[in-house]
Design a protein around this ligand. Sequence first.
Ligand SMILES: [Zn+2]
Length: 259
Amino acid sequence: MTLITFLGTCGGRFATIYQTRSTGGIFIEDSINISLDPGPGAILRMRQEGIDPTKIDLLLVSHCHPDHYTDVDVLIEAMTSGCTQKCGTIIASESVISGIEGFQPKASDYHLSHLANVHVAKSAETFSIDDIQISATSTIHTDPSGVGFRIQTKNGIITYTGDTSINEDVIKFYDESRLLILALTTPIGIRLHHHLSPEDAVIILKEVRPEKALLTHFGLRAIDAGPESIAKWIQEESGVDTMAAQDGMRVNLGEEIEI
Ligand SMILES: [Zn+2]
């Protein structure tokens, strides 16, 4: 069984500032434990959900915006017994690891030096961590080094889009996903440059046809409009089983996908 816990389901500046919902990303338990995009409060939300942050083996960080990276250093401390051991792995965008023009690095050199493996993820690169394969997907975002992640678990492929707008080069990376997690920011009829809208989600899902789509990273306007009604509309338009994630929601990926 692969278990996915949504620690936080909002994103964007103002939903994050006001903590309209929690931030903190996603925790995935398979043969290894993965923290994906640990935004503000990830460590708090793990404790609230009964998750031991010292058990994290792998950090995945898609890009250099606070709703995706804020708790990286404290989670590295958790992974490395307070920076007394050298263990664990981070796979993250170049902006997060080493910085790029306009974006200073978001993990400190001190913390990175205590990890056994530090990988800069570039689009289409694949990394093997134990028996899990992680590939970086393309994004079109204001952080030009941003990526999404495609995680080959023992129960099929989970793909997380990261923040992005879409074109064919982006969508091709979602192929064969069993579970597609979409960072959907806006409600129906509203487009925010470099982020997924419900209309984008319909285009993606009609093409990729995953077994299930899960929506997360809701901005203020999407929360006001009602994530469940957005998911219902996307499902009707795309024909793909679609659900809006909620804070604390757990998904079991086995022979079936159980919420
Ligand atoms: Zn972003």
